[in-house]
Design a protein around this ligand. Structure first.
Ligand code: ADP
Ligand code: C5P
Length: 244
C-alpha cells in the first residue's frame, strides 16, 4: 500500500515520502542455546552502527497472585506466557522513529515492569531475541532476517542447570522438574517447529564465528543500501521490492 502511494503521488517531494525503516533481525532458539551470546557478538561487530536489542523476556505477562502462589505450575515456555500485543506496539513505535520504554523482567521475583523501564531509542538495526520470537506471524513479518540458534538439547540443559542454580538461585530439583514438565515439551511443540522460518540456522551458537562474520557482512551490505537510499530516495521504491 505504502509503496503504491509513493509511486502514485509524484507531486510530493521524494524525500518527504521516504520512511527509512530499521533493519530488523529475529534471533530464536531454545532456552540457553546461545541466542543472547550470538546477539552480543553481532552488536560488538556492528559497534559503529546504531543497534538495539529487544528481548522477548521483557514482554512476559505479570503473574496473578494465584499464579505466583503456584509458580512451579506456570508454563513460561508457552506462547501465551508473552504479551505479544505489547511487543508489537513497541515495535510499531520504534519502526516509526519513536523511543519506547520497555519493561525490565526480573527472573527472581517473576515480575515485569521492574522500575525503571529501559528506554530504547530508534535505531538502524533492531535485534529481536527470544525462544518464541518466530511464533506469531505478525512478529515474523517485521523481520528482514531470521536466525535460529541450533544447539543440542543436552548442551542447553547443562547450561540451564548452571545458569538457573547460580544466577537465579534455584535448586537443581526444581530446574529439572521445570525442564521435563514444561521446557522440553514446549521446545518440541512450539520452538522447534519455528525453525523452518529461519533464513539462517547457526549450529554451535556463539562458537560459530564464521556464521556470525557472514551475518554481519550481510547486515553491512543491507545498511549500505539503506544509506544509498538516503542520498537517492527514489532508489527506495526499487530496493523495497527486493527480498533478502
Ligand atoms: P540464551 O539467550 O539462548 O538463553 P545465552 O547466550 O544467554 O543463551 O547462553 C546461556 C548460558 O550459556 C549463559 O550462561 C552463557 O554464558 C552460556 N554460553 C552461551 N554460549 C556458550 C558457549 N559457546 N560456550 C559456553 N557457554 C556458553
Ligand atoms: O533467556 P532464555 O531464552 O533462556 O529465557 C527463556 C527461558 O526462561 C524459558 O525456558 C523459561 O522457562 C525461563 N523462565 C524461567 N522463569 C521465569 C521466566 C522464564 O525459568 N520467571
Amino acid at each position: 500500500q505504502e509503496r503504491h502511494s509513493e509511486v502514485e503521488q509524484p507531486t510530493t517531494s521524494a524525500t518527504e515520502n521516504v520512511v527509512m525503516q530499521p533493519f530488523v533481525i529475529g534471533v530464536a532458539g531454545g532456552a540457553a542455546s546461545g541466542k543472547t551470546t550470538v546477539c552480543d557478538m553481532i552488536i560488538q561487530q556492528l559497534h559503529d552502527q546504531r543497534v538495539v536489542l529487544v528481548n522477548q523476556d521483557s514482554f512476559y505477562h505479570n503473574l496473578t497472585p494465584e499464579e505466583l502462589a503456584r509458580v512451579h505450575e506456570y508454563n513460561f515456555d508457552h506462547p501465551d506466557a508473552f504479551d505479544t500485543e505489547q511487543l508489537l506496539a513497541s515495535m510499531d513505535k520504534l519502526r516509526n522513529g519513536q523511543a519506547v520504554d520497555i519493561p525490565n523482567y526480573d527472573f527472581k521475583s517473576y515480575k515485569n515492569n521492574v522500575f525503571p523501564p529501559r528506554r530504547v531509542n530508534p535505531s538502524d538495526v533492531i535485534i529481536l531475541e527470544g525462544i518464541l520470537i518466530f511464533h506469531d506471524p505478525r512478529v515474523r513479518e517485521l523481520m528482514n532476517m531470521k536466525i535460529f540458534v541450533d544447539t543440542d538439547a543436552d548442551v542447553r540443559l547443562a547450561r540451564r542447570i548452571r545458569r538457573d542454580t547460580v544466577e537465579k538461585n534455584r535448586d537443581i530439583g526444581t530446574v529439572l522438574d521445570q525442564y521435563s514438565k514444561f521446557v522440553k515439551p514446549a521446545f518440541d511443540d512450539f520452538i522447534l517447529p519455528t525453525k523452518k522460518y529461519a533464513d539462517i540456522i547457526i549450529p554451535r551458537g556463539g562458537d560459530n564465528h564464521v556464521a556470525i562474520d557472514l551475518i554481519v557482512q550481510h547486515i553491512r551490505t543491507k545498511l549500505g543500501q539503506h544509506d544509498l537510499c538516503k542520498i537517492y530516495p527514489n532508489l527506495y521504491v526499487i530496493q523495497s521490492t527486493f527480498q533478502i
